[in-house]
Design a protein around this ligand. Structure first.
Ligand SMILES: [Zn+2]
Length: 355
């Protein structure tokens, strides 16, 4: 069954409707970390081509990069302005591309909270003027804190977000590996697996406030791609969580909107199982970075003789090389390779022609 969602950035109830639709139809949305116009355009182009909804997200580091690396980030000002600029860019273009986008911010640990504080103020002001928020959702990741602290602070933010219909993503357990400025390469392996009891506790506290939340519950997830063997993914943990909640609450078949972090390099089976257990958002960063760079790398390797000088190449000593070194040529190669990998991911997530 196809469902129609309006083009542009989906906010408020629409976000929940899209997630619900994904659960009913057994598909998930790729959540792509973007860092600039090239990655955003490539994501929009792919989403348009597959005619399906997508999540575009800015990490803290991605936001800083979007604003420009030279800026002083005192009080998170540069990260805030970077996120805002990125968000506005996505708003304008997603409508024009005729694509439905959920606009999100990625991991925000305790010390980065001023970044989200600033964005919430912007969302509140935006809501007053336009009747909708600038972002669709934000993640607050207090998985390094105790569960009690995690729940306590998340609830404070969730209550504030409820007033403007914003969706919250929380994290339980820890995603291993390294991404952006978050380095969890040296943590205890036990931390990589959440228990259903903890998820139920968190779920129960949040559902009392509002239903607009999604949970990243760790099941051996690792940011980045590593040699297999050290840590194994156990998506059945999500199934146990879902069953545990259903037993306690006699709930819907998929009571929780789960998020899969560290999805890069996962097998098709792992993805399918996760979707069956309620995963609706699969984060993609590492594979996206590698695909963009791969496109540029191959172009440079294949055209080295045309990039050494402005004039003169194997075809002739006096021939100009402008059409080889123009950055638009090699940046586009990066975009094209990103599109190829992302399209494959849409297929793997059963998210084709959903609009
Ligand atoms: Zn993550």
């Amino acid at each position: 069954m196809k469902k129609k969602f309006p083009p542009g950035v989906a906010t408020g109830n629409l976000v929940e409707e899209i997630f619900q639709y994904a659960k009913e139809e057994n598909f998930a949305l790729p959540a792509v970390n973007v860092i600039g116009s090239n990655s955003i355009n490539a994501v929009l182009e792919t989403a348009k081509k597959v005619n399906s909804p997508v999540i575009i997200q800015f990490s803290h580091g991605g936001s800083l990069f979007f604003a420009g690396k030279s800026l002083n980030n005192l009080n998170e000002k540069a990260a805030i302005i970077g996120s805002i600029c990125g968000a506005k860019y996505v708003h304008e273009l997603s409508e024009y591309y005729n694509t439905t986008v959920i606009l999100h911010t990625d991991h925000c640990n305790k010390k980065l909270l001023p970044w989200i504080d600033g964005l919430l103020t912007i969302n509140e002001n935006y809501y007053k003027v336009f009747g909708k928020t600038l972002f669709s959702s934000h993640m607050i990741d207090l998985s390094e804190e105790s569960l009690i602290e995690n729940i306590k602070i998340s609830k404070i933010y969730f209550k504030r977000m409820k007033k403007i219909n914003l969706t919250l993503e929380v994290e339980l357990g820890i995603t291993g590996g390294k991404e952006d400025e978050i380095d969890n390469t040296k943590i205890n392996f036990d931390k990589l697996y959440t228990s259903p009891k903890e998820v139920f506790k968190f779920y129960n506290e949040l559902i009392k406030i509002n239903s607009k939340f999604i949970i990243a519950a760790s099941f051996g997830n690792v940011h980045g791609v590593y040699n297999k063997g050290i840590i194994s993914l156990k998506p059945e943990i999500l199934n146990n969580c879902k069953n545990y909640i259903n037993k306690k609450n006699k709930n819907k078949p998929k009571p929780i909107n789960f998020v899969f972090h560290g999805g890069s390099g996962s097998s098709l089976n792992e993805l399918k199982n996760s979707i069956n257990y309620g995963v609706i958002k699969i984060n993609l960063d590492t594979d996206i970075q590698y695909s963009f760079t791969g496109g540029v790398r191959d172009y440079i390797n294949n055209n080295t003789e045309y990039l050494k000088n402005q004039i003169g190449n194997p075809q002739g000593k006096l021939l100009p090389n402008k059409k080889y070194y123009d950055p638009r040529i090699w940046l586009r190669k990066g975009e094209n390779n990103l599109k190829k990998i992302l399209k494959k991911t849409f297929e793997n997530l059963n998210n084709i022609n959903r609009l």
